[in-house]
Design a protein around this ligand. Structure first.
Ligand code: ZN
Length: 372
């Protein structure tokens, strides 16, 4: 904890392509994207949150009410289709994590918990909360698959993208988005995991490093915790080029992110042709976040959300899963602006940011992944 207070964690086919080209144009004019009313599937574990990280910890239970308040702030309540979270099963978790880790973590929590590393801790209630976090993500995917909505937001804690196949770390116990991506991959889907959290999702990268069914793309601040996510990390022998890292320097803002998405991520996604898009939606790249030094505003996150939507093959194939975000107001405004944009509305409490460094980093990632 002293570590944290010191700020040391400053943490498929031509037809589909044609569809995306058409739909991108439609999105760009700001018309509701899927025809008629757009419905937002919401799955969260706020009411059942018993994951106490201790006094002063940035990843605290107050984060979920702040994130969910964004839905009300953006006046989206009428569009919400609420889905009850369920508990992920051991078999479901096992698609992303080693059975020994699952067993050990369950027993650790049941014995009262404690510190897992300098930043990550658990109490007795943490295991059930973690099962609900992963299960809510699975429930959101199932709800979209059953036609219950057009996009989904999963508001859960603990976050997940740092958890590797065999190790909890960086505030994360189970890797919620990886559990959902692995379930989809097992059903034959091609999954894009797009991670715009300010920290590199080392856990997700680790789990899908050599898996050709999943494209993992991360924008993150570098240097910053956990230290991985170099541009040269591009995937294992069975999945070459399917890990894409765009590390950005402190101070980078909206323009840099928009060019990273348009110059690097969009062409890679066009080649991969995902059938599902899952977003590790952390909001700690916001300029007000206490753990990092990027300069995004809520309006920038809305722009990124629209780009994520343009990567999905059709309505009902986009899920945003909450990861980090440690300033309550920034979390509220960024969730609100992102979901508002996805629903064809225009709640943008802040202006876009512009300028700042990072164009060289984007150019380097483009040289690594995009053939001109
Ligand atoms: Zn983060």
């Amino acid at each position: 904890m002293s570590h944290l207070r010191a700020g040391a964690i400053s943490h498929i086919s031509t037809a589909l392509r044609a569809w995306r080209t058409r739909s991108t144009g439609r999105f760009a004019r700001g018309v509701p994207p899927y025809g008629g009313d757009v419905e937002l599937v919401l799955a969260d574990n706020a009411d059942l949150d018993r994951h106490d990280t201790g006094r002063g910890h940035p990843e605290h239970p107050g984060r979920l009410p702040a994130a969910l308040a964004g839905i009300d702030a953006a006046d989206l309540r009428d569009a919400v289709v609420r889905v009850e979270p369920r508990r992920a099963t051991v078999d479901e978790l096992s698609r992303a994590h080693k059975p020994e880790l699952i067993r050990a973590l369950k027993e650790f929590c049941e014995a009262g918990g404690g510190a897992l590393d300098a930043d990550t801790s658990a109490v007795a209630g943490s295991w059930d909360t973690a099962l609900l976090a992963a299960g809510a993500t699975l429930a959101a995917v199932d709800a979209l698959e059953n036609g219950m909505g057009d996009v989904a937001f999963v508001g859960v804690r603990p976050p997940g993208h740092h958890a590797t196949s065999d190790r909890p770390m960086g505030f994360c116990l189970m890797n919620n988005i990886a559990v959902a991506a692995a379930a989809l991959a097992e059903r034959g889907e091609r999954v894009l995991v797009l991670d715009w959290d300010v920290h590199h999702g080392n856990g997700t990268q680790d789990i899908f490093w050599d898996d050709p069914r999943v494209l993992y793309v991360s924008t993150h601040q570098s240097p910053l915790y956990p230290g991985s996510g170099h541009v040269t990390e591009t995937g294992g022998p069975d999945a070459p080029g399917l890990t894409v890292n765009v590390p950005l320097p402190p101070g980078a803002g909206g323009d840099t992110f928009r060019s990273a998405f348009d110059e690097v991520i969009a062409p890679v996604v066009d080649s991969f042709v995902p059938t599902w898009v899952l977003v590790s939606a952390g909001f700690d790249a916001h300029r007000d976040d206490p753990l990092a030094n990027l300069r995004l505003t809520s309006a920038d996150f809305a722009d990124l959300a629209l780009r994520a939507r343009s990567y999905a093959p059709r309505s009902g194939r986009l899920v945003l899963v909450l990861e980090g975000g440690y300033d309550a107001d920034a979390l509220c405004s960024s969730v609100g602006a992102s979901l508002s944009a996805l629903l064809g509305e225009s709640y943008r409490p802040e202006e876009q940011s512009s300028g700042g460094p990072g164009s060289e980093a984007v150019a380097e990632a483009r040289r690594m992944h995009v053939r001109d």
